[in-house]
Design a binder for this molecule. Structure first.
Ligand code: ZN
Length: 149
């Protein structure tokens, strides 16, 4: 149970209870619903781009503590980043939660989610907001992003 308790470290609890950037962005057409049917997580991500930079990013929706905390931390990290920087952060994060391999110091706050790789069902919770954001940045024409497609 120790590993499982690690999953719910203080930072995850804090971001779950007080999610950052938990709001809609009204003056953008860049938004997308993400759905993880296995857990019931539904996260909607909003992005505003200026030039090649993410000038604002937010989310709404409901889900488990892991999915909400991951979305909340994501918005704090990606705001102000260029599209290329955001994609690189996603690659490092995705590698960390699927394989456990990561430079934890470099991952910063995201390091609290490193333990997720030991729980395959939870990987989808942690990745949901990120996959949704990346689909927006990659200009994918989707109505919804699902972890089960
Ligand atoms: Zn979940």
């Amino acid at each position: 149970m120790d590993n499982f308790r690690d999953l719910y470290q203080q930072l995850i609890l804090d971001h779950n209870q007080n999610p950052r950037n938990f709001r809609e962005i009204l003056d953008t057409d860049l938004f997308l619903d993400g759905h993880n049917p296995l857990c019931g997580d539904r996260i909607k991500v909003f992005i505003r781009k200026e030039d090649k930079r993410i000038s604002d990013i937010s989310f709404t929706g409901s889900g488990c503590a892991i999915s909400k905390a991951s979305a909340s931390i994501m918005t704090t990290l990606l705001k102000g980043k260029t599209i290329d920087e955001a994609k690189k952060i996603f690659e490092d994060f995705h590698k960390m939660i699927t394989t456990g391999e990561a430079d934890l110091e470099k991952m910063g706050k995201l390091a609290v989610l490193a333990g997720v790789h030991q729980f395959p069902a939870r990987v989808k919770c942690a990745a949901l907001a990120w996959h949704t954001a990346m689909s927006i940045l990659n200009d994918k024409k989707l109505d919804i992003v699902s972890t089960e497609t």
